[in-house]
Design a protein around this ligand. Structure first.
Ligand SMILES: Nc1ncnc2c1ncn2[C@@H]1O[C@H](COP(=O)(O)OP(=O)(O)OP(=O)(O)O)[C@@H](O)[C@H]1O
Length: 254
């Protein structure tokens, strides 16, 4: 069996407001092996984002464990990219600042390891180029960029933290189809170049089929089916998955 980089075991995520409780995830168990891209699919409200946030350390599960293989990096090696890049970026900061700030707030020890003697601005320029932004974009405010360019900024900002795992939460859902394809190609290239591991959250199975070797299908917070993408798409075992794949076939191909 392949070593796992991330292991979620028996995850339960419960939201409480007043007396009401809502179980967003129940007994969710899965592995992410180094370098693989795993899709997390399911209808709206099935718990995809909640699970992604728990893996990224942004949300505390009510039960269960998340183990991330030890690394030599003294900073979090899981980064998250969200659906809406405009909401994720401070509208008053130019791109250069947006990219530099997470590096500037690192502790001295972390900064030494991340920067390795390089200037923050050199890393910022390199990261912007690596995601296909032009140098003049560094002066731009988020609203002066296109949606695709803003998502490139978010991806660059995540990459600057040298993650091993990226949680991609509907990273192209807010983009039109041509731009969507460009960002998906960028993500594929970056995964190959940096040996990254992806948890790719999407309600769009056509995108997941394109991006992921393996799929977890969620319904009402539970994993109801899991397997290789090809197999899930060719012969889904569950009626629920069949419904999702049929809906995907009605959408334009990537
Ligand atoms: N902060 C919160 N407080 C209360 N309930 C929440 C909270 N966040 C999510 N939920 C509920 O938990 C369930 C799962 O939500 P989640 O966002 O994880 O689903 P999802 O599969 O990502 O949905 P979508 O595809 O619509 O983004 C939903 O019923 C949602 O209403």
């Amino acid at each position: 069996m392949q070593a796992s980089l991330v292991r979620a075991d028996g995850l339960q995520i419960v939201f409480r407001s007043g007396r009401a409780t809502h179980v967003a995830a129940q007994d969710v168990t899965f592995n992410l092996a180094p370098g693989e891209s795993v899709g997390l699919v399911g209808e709206s409200g099935s718990g995809k984002s909640s699970i992604g946030q728990a893996i990224a350390g942004l949300l505390q599960p009510s039960a269960g464990t998340i183990d991330i293989a030890p690394s030599t990096a003294p900073w979090p090696t899981v980064q998250m990219v969200f659906q809406d890049p405009a909401a994720a970026l401070n509208p008053r900061r130019p791109v250069r600042r947006l990219l530099a700030e997470p590096l500037e707030v690192l502790s001295r020890a972390m900064a030494r390891t991340v920067l390795q003697g390089r200037a923050v601005d050199d890393l910022v320029v390199a990261a912007a180029r690596a995601v296909g932004l032009r140098d003049e974009h560094l002066q731009s405010l988020p609203h002066e960029l296109s949606g695709g360019q803003r998502q490139r900024v978010c991806i660059a900002r995540a990459l600057l933290m040298q993650p091993r795992v990226l949680i991609l939460d509907e990273p192209t859902s807010a983009l039109d189809l041509t731009v969507q394809a460009q960002i998906l190609n960028l993500l594929s290239d970056l995964r190959r170049e940096h040996g990254l591991t992806y948890l790719f959250i999407s309600h769009d199975l056509a995108v997941v089929r394109h991006m992921c070797e393996r799929v977890l299908v969620l319904q009402h917070g539970r994993v109801v089916e899991t397997g290789a993408s090809d197999q899930i798409f060719a012969a889904p075992a569950q009626a629920y998955t069949r419904r999702l794949t049929e809906a995907a076939q009605m959408q334009p191909a990537i």
